[in-house]
Design a protein around this ligand. Structure first.
Ligand code: MG
Length: 386
C-alpha cells in the first residue's frame, strides 16, 4: 500500500490524481489540501477518507468542519496546515499540485521529512531549483515530474537505464503551440480571455491554459527541465508539435532519439510518477497512428511569442531572474483574465519587469519571496498608468 498526500486536491491535477487512486486499490490518500472549494473537498473526504485535511482559507476550513462533523478527520488551515500536510508522518509521497509560490515551503518541508515529491507545482523548480535539487539529493528523495513533457523525458531516460543526464546531447521539449499558433502579432492584438482559454489538445486549469497560449508555460518548462535533468539551457530545444502526441524526447550522444508518445491525458504522467519505477495498466484511449497519418514539427516563433524568448533569457541569466519572469507573468495573466490587460501586453510586461531587475545570484527563499513581492509591486505601479 502506497500512502499519498496531495496539495491542491480540488484542482485539475489534484482531481486527476484522485482518479488514479480510485482505480488503484493499493494507493491510499492520507492527507489533502486545497484553497477554498469546500463542496468538492467534502466529496473527496467522504470518498477517500483522508486522516487530515487543510483548507487555505480559515473561513473555508470552518465551513468544512461543520459539514463533515460526522467524519473522523482533522481540518487545518493556512500555511501551518499546509506544512503539516506536507510532512504528515503516514504519507510516503507528496503530490504538489497547487499553483504558485505558496508551494515552495511545503515542498522543502516534505523533502526534509524524507517524502518523495510528485512535482506538479512549476514555481518550485523555476524559482528555487538551486535549493530544491541539492536538498533532494541530500535527503535521498526522488523528484518525480508530473508535467507531461518532463515525465516524457524522465521515461526516456529510464528506458535508457539512467536517471542522470550524463549521455544527453539534447532535450527536445515539445509544445503544441497553443490556440494561436501561426498568427501574427497584429492578429493577436484583440484576443479575448475566452479565446485564449480554448486549448486545442489539453484540458488544464485557467492559468496554465493562458500560459500555453503565450508560450510562457514553455519558458517555465525550459527552466524546470534544466534543473530536473541537469542540462544547460542551450541543450534544451523547444519543438512545436501541434498534435501533442510526442510529449518530449531525449537525443543521446550517439544521435539516438528516444521519445515518449501517448494521447494527451495527464493521468498517464501522474500514474507513472506515483508508481515509478513500475508501469501499471491504464484504460482509456490509445494513440492510433493510422488515424493520425502524420506528426508534424515546427520551430517556435519567438518573435511573435516573446514569452518563450524571455523564458530562455531568464533561464540563461538564472539567479532571481526566473522568479521575476514567473511573478510578472502571474499578475499579468490575472489582469488579462479580468479584461484589464491586452493579450500581447502579458509578455511585454514580463520583459519590462526583467529589464528593471538586478539579479541576485543564488537567492535564498527569503530573497526569492522578496523578489516576487517587488515584481508584483512593480507591475501594480505600472497598472496605475494604463
Ligand atoms: Mg506541460
Amino acid at each position: 500500500m502506497k500512502k499519498i498526500a496531495i496539495l491542491g486536491s480540488t484542482g485539475s491535477i489534484g482531481t486527476q490524481t484522485l482518479e488514479i487512486v480510485r482505480n488503484n486499490p493499493d494507493l491510499q490518500v492520507v492527507a489533502l489540501a486545497a484553497g477554498s472549494n469546500v463542496g468538492r473537498m467534502e466529496e473527496q473526504i467522504r470518498e477517500f477518507h483522508p486522516l487530515v485535511v487543510c483548507m487555505w482559507a480559515e473561513k473555508a476550513a470552518a465551513d468544512l468542519r461543520s459539514r463533515v462533523s460526522d467524519m473522523d478527520v482533522r481540518i487545518l488551515s493556512g500555511m501551518e496546515g499546509l506544512l503539516e500536510i506536507a510532512v504528515f508522518p503516514q504519507s510516503q509521497v507528496l503530490v504538489t499540485a497547487i499553483v504558485g509560490m505558496i508551494g515552495i515551503r511545503p515542498t522543502i518541508a516534505a523533502i526534509e521529512a524524507g517524502k518523495d515529491i510528485a512535482l506538479a507545482n512549476k514555481e518550485t523548480l523555476v524559482t528555487a531549483g538551486h535549493i530544491i535539487m541539492p536538498l533532494a539529493e541530500k535527503h535521498k528523495v526522488a523528484i518525480l515530474p508530473v508535467d507531461s513533457e518532463h515525465s516524457a523525458i524522465f521515461q526516456a531516460l529510464n528506458v535508457n537505464g539512467e536517471g542522470g543526464g550524463q549521455s544527453i546531447e539534447k532535450i527536445l521539449l515539445t509544445a503544441s503551440g497553443g490556440p494561436f499558433r501561426g498568427r501574427t502579432r497584429q492578429q493577436l492584438r484583440h484576443i479575448r480571455p475566452e479565446d485564449a482559454l480554448k486549448h486545442p489538445n489539453w484540458s488544464m486549469g485557467r492559468k496554465v491554459t493562458i500560459d500555453s497560449s503565450t508560450l510562457v508555460n514553455k519558458g517555465l518548462e525550459v527552466m524546470e527541465a534544466k534543473w530536473l535533468f541537469g542540462v544547460d539551457v542551450d541543450q534544451i530545444q523547444v519543438v512545436v508539435h501541434p498534435q501533442s502526441i510526442i510529449h518530449s524526447a531525449v537525443q543521446f550522444m550517439d544521435g539516438a532519439i528516444i521519445a515518449q508518445l501517448g494521447v494527451p491525458d495527464m493521468k498517464l504522467p501522474i500514474q507513472y510518477a506515483l508508481f515509478y519505477p513500475d508501469r501499471r495498466p491504464m484504460g482509456g484511449k490509445r494513440v492510433d497512428l493510422f488515424e493520425l497519418g502524420q506528426l508534424t514539427f515546427e520551430k517556435p516563433d519567438m518573435d511573435t511569442f516573446r514569452g518563450l524568448a524571455f523564458g530562455y533569457q531568464a533561464a540563461r541569466t538564472g539567479g532571481s531572474m526566473p522568479t521575476v519572469y514567473n511573478a510578472a507573468n502571474e499578475i499579468a495573466v490575472k489582469f488579462f483574465l479580468n479584461g484589464v490587460l491586452p493579450f500581447l501586453e502579458i509578455t511585454e510586461l514580463i520583459g519590462e519587469a526583467m529589464a528593471q531587475h538586478r539579479t541576485i545570484k543564488e537567492p535564498t527563499i527569503e530573497e526569492i519571496l522578496e523578489t516576487e513581492k517587488l515584481t508584483h509591486e512593480y507591475i501594480l505601479k505600472k497598472k496605475k498608468i494604463w
